[in-house]
Design a protein around this ligand. Structure first.
Ligand SMILES: C[S@@+](CC[C@H](N)C(=O)[O-])C[C@H]1O[C@@H](n2cnc3c(N)ncnc32)[C@H](O)[C@@H]1O
Length: 314
């Protein structure tokens, strides 16, 4: 990145897009814009209307550093400290998994279950809370990480009470900051511990309307083959044990203690785990269904604890 004429925003973006293309990054131009936008404190639109603006030496140095780290495998979300999920920005760092678009299907399934049909396609979503019905559901999100699932549900369902659980206290620090950022810190409470253990001595047994979980599900022996970007994420957010299902194998039976009769469990699984994961649901579950992600892969399982009277939403 050496040259006599000043580096303008336009020139920086064009140079970086080409450089990232050569390094086989998936979205070279977009990533260049995200990184430069962060360094300059500008939105992508602001970059475009200031293409002729030259960068100051300090800005150029900071931008160069980010490009270097990106091509060495650090995900852009960690470099800018943020990732969008369901159209809301979430703070992320190396203590938490970077929220994935596939997980939005889990949230959409949860919202449909709780009676929200207005979720709609991604491009039509508005960045505001939708009006909730009369319900004040109790929701528990296990393996909450950055808090993305719990916080989006809180934004859509202002009357819901939500508990976010995670084994990592450092992840929960980020989740609490995200809850404050989105104004739902009164509505979402975070607890540290193994799966549902933090709720053991609480009055929540048999009271939960909905349990959501995106627990680690990658089989241990597949970890070395993951993309280097993914390997920068916490191992404790990825490693699902021998067959990837070690957490769900414990959590699914445990869920029955906490769900109301007819309450729902919605979990995310690996695209090839449907058959093995479905075996974890015994006759204490009903209406077990599999939902597809945006890429058409089987990604989410929805199931109801037996004994409820409600009609299903599908
Ligand atoms: C795949 S990440 C999901 C993060 C977030 N819910 C999302 O969807 O982006 C899994 C999360 O489960 C947490 N976790 C791992 N083992 C756990 C356990 N035994 N009990 C509770 N949480 C656990 C990890 O710390 C991590 O935050």
């Amino acid at each position: 990145m050496k040259q006599d004429r000043p580096w303008t925003i336009g020139k920086c973006l064009a140079w970086t897009a080409e450089y990232f293309t050569g390094k086989r990054l998936e979205n070279p131009r977009l990533e260049a814009e995200i990184l430069l936008g962060k360094v300059l404190g500008k939105s992508r639109v602001q970059l475009y209307i200031n293409l002729e603006q030259p960068l100051q030496p300090l800005e150029l140095a900071r931008y160069r550093e980010k490009i270097k780290q990106r091509v060495m495998g650090t995900p852009a979300a960690y470099l800018i400290g943020e990732k969008e999920f369901m159209s809301l920005p979430f703070e992320v760092n190396r203590q938490v998994l970077i929220p994935r678009p596939d997980t939005e299907v889990l949230v959409e399934t949860a919202l449909e279950y709780l009676g929200h049909t207005q979720v709609g396609p991604r491009e039509q979503r508005e960045n505001r809370a939708l009006v909730s019905g009369d319900q004040a559901p109790l929701i528990v999100d296990v393996g909450t990480g950055s808090g993305n699932i719990a916080i989006v549900l809180a934004r859509y369902l202002p009357q819901a009470r939500i508990l976010g659980l995670d084994i990592s206290d450092r992840a929960l620090e980020i989740a609490r900051r995200n809850a404050r950022r989105h104004g739902v810190e009164e509505q979402v409470t975070f607890y540290e511990g193994d799966l549902l253990a933090p709720l053991e001595n609480t009055p929540y047994k048999g009271q939960v309307d909905l349990l959501t979980a995106n627990l680690p599900y990658i089989p241990s022996n597949e970890l070395p083959h993951l993309m280097r970007e993914v390997l920068q994420e916490p191992l404790s957010a990825l490693d699902g044990g021998r067959d990837g299902l070690q957490y769900y194998r414990r959590m699914i039976p445990q869920s029955l203690e906490y769900l109301k009769p007819g309450g729902a469990l919605i979990i995310e699984i690996g695209f090839d785990q449907r058959k093995a994961a479905l075996k974890l649901f015994n006759d204490q579950w009903e209406n077990v269904q599999v939902k597809l992600d945006y890429g058409g892969r089987e990604r989410v399982i929805y199931a109801r604890a037996t004994g409820g009277t409600n009609n299903d939403f599908v």
